[in-house]
Ligand binder design. Structure first.
Ligand code: GDP
Ligand code: MG
Length: 364
């Protein structure tokens, strides 16, 4: 019930000059809705269907330019069940030794080459095992993982953090693959673990369910190849796509302040291609990309879909889970960052007030 002109006027008063055809960013939409006391239901906080999830990242104009992209994975599970051991094994054995350096640089994620049927396929592992990082990102509305690998120790079974991890993955609508780990150990009882999983609704395929379960030993590397193949199969079913030929957007997976480089952020590019020289807005931060580094610490000029990349050039340290986007100019970036900061400030005040009903005008 509000005229277009009025909304344009409001945006203008916020320093945004809409041209009538451009899309409004999510923050802008939230800002406008607050002004008019309209409740915003953030699609990312609602349980979404798979298609809706894909559409969050993809714009309509992408549809005819879509190409396959590698899956991005998170490993979750109870403490001491073997997440780090599994990540280490995969990193040691599957990150191509031929690549310069070979050793990953700890930018929060790394690419892994999986040989399947004579072809090499790529997948990306987030390097922050544990549901904390996942949970923190989810709380911020971020959606970076395509598949969750839940590690359960065969000599210990389902524990509280196992259930939590499963709940996180289910809430996010992310397919689950279970790695039943430590099968080399005395006292390992994988069948009991499968029984337990079934009792909480995760049924293996040979029991008529649809949750892949692979029995592994992360320590010895036993069946880890099977696990990776299963991952690629599930990924294929998901038909993961992106349009490399557009401005980049994605999510911050970690960020910090480096003494010599300044603010440093690791991104997962989720759509488009991020290039050196791009102007980006990232949460409340913005800037021009001065340098990009891949997961081997090598400088690169660009990073396409599903690529983890470290970025230098932001004016501030963003938060894990913040979204980034390449925009047309520093001017646009600055305004979006300011808008974001204003929104966050407002949200913090609203949180303090506790009733969730504070509007911009009542704060003025
Ligand atoms: P996280 O807390 O889930 O990251 O667990 P870790 O990877 O740190 O593993 C905890 C302990 O279990 C370490 O002592 C590992 O060596 C051991 N461990 C992990 N995977 C296996 C396995 O497949 N077999 C055996 N026997 N021990 C394992
Ligand atoms: Mg660990």
């Amino acid at each position: 019930a509000v005229s277009e002109g009025e909304i344009m006027g409001y945006l203008y008063s916020k320093g945004i000059k809409p041209d009538g055809v451009q899309k409004l960013s999510k923050d802008m939409v939230k800002m406008v809705c607050r002004e008019y006391d309209v409740e915003v239901i953030d699609g990312e906080q609602v349980r979404v269907e798979d298609m809706a999830k894909k559409k969050e990242i993809l714009d309509e104009d992408d549809l005819d330019k879509l190409e396959d992209r590698p899956p991005v994975l998170t490993i979750m599970g109870h403490v001491d069940h073997g997440k780090t051991t599994l990540l280490d094994y995969i990193r040691k054995t599957k990150v191509a030794a031929s690549e310069a350096g070979g050793i990953t640089q700890g930018i929060g994620a790394y690419k892994v080459q999986v040989p399947i049927d004579g072809k090499t396929q790529t997948c990306v592992f987030l390097d922050t095992p544990g549901h904390e990082a996942f949970g923190a990102m989810r709380a911020r509305g971020a959606r970076v993982t395509d598949i969750a690998v839940i590690v359960v120790a065969a000599d210990d079974g389902i524990r509280p953090q196992t259930s939590e991890a499963i709940a996180h993955a289910k809430a996010a609508g992310v397919p689950i693959i279970v790695a039943i780990n430590k099968i080399d150990k005395d006292g390992a009882n994988p069948d009991r673990v499968i029984q337990e999983l079934s009792s909480i609704g995760l049924m293996p395929e040979d029991w008529g369910g649809d949750t892949p379960m692979v029995k592994i030993s992360a320590l010895k590397g036993e069946n880890v190849d099977d696990l990776l193949e299963t991952i690629m199969l599930i990924a294929e079913l998901q038909e993961l796509k992106a349009n490399p030929d557009r401005n980049a957007k994605g999510t911050v997976i970690e960020a910090g302040l480096d003494k010599s480089k300044g603010p440093v952020a690791s991104f997962i590019v989720q759509n488009g291609t991020l290039k050196r020289g791009d102007v980006i807005v990232c949460g409340e931060a913005f800037g021009k990309v001065r340098a990009l580094f891949d997961d081997k610490g090598r400088q690169v000029n660009e990073a396409g879909p599903s690529t983890p990349v470290q970025v230098i050039g932001l004016d501030n340290v963003p938060l894990a889970g913040d979204e980034f986007e390449a925009v047309d100019s520093l001017d646009v970036a600055r305004k979006q960052a300011e808008l974001r900061a204003e929104l966050m400030r407002d949200e913090r005040i609203t949180e303090k007030a506790g009733d969730g009903k504070v509007t911009l005008s009542s704060l003025a």
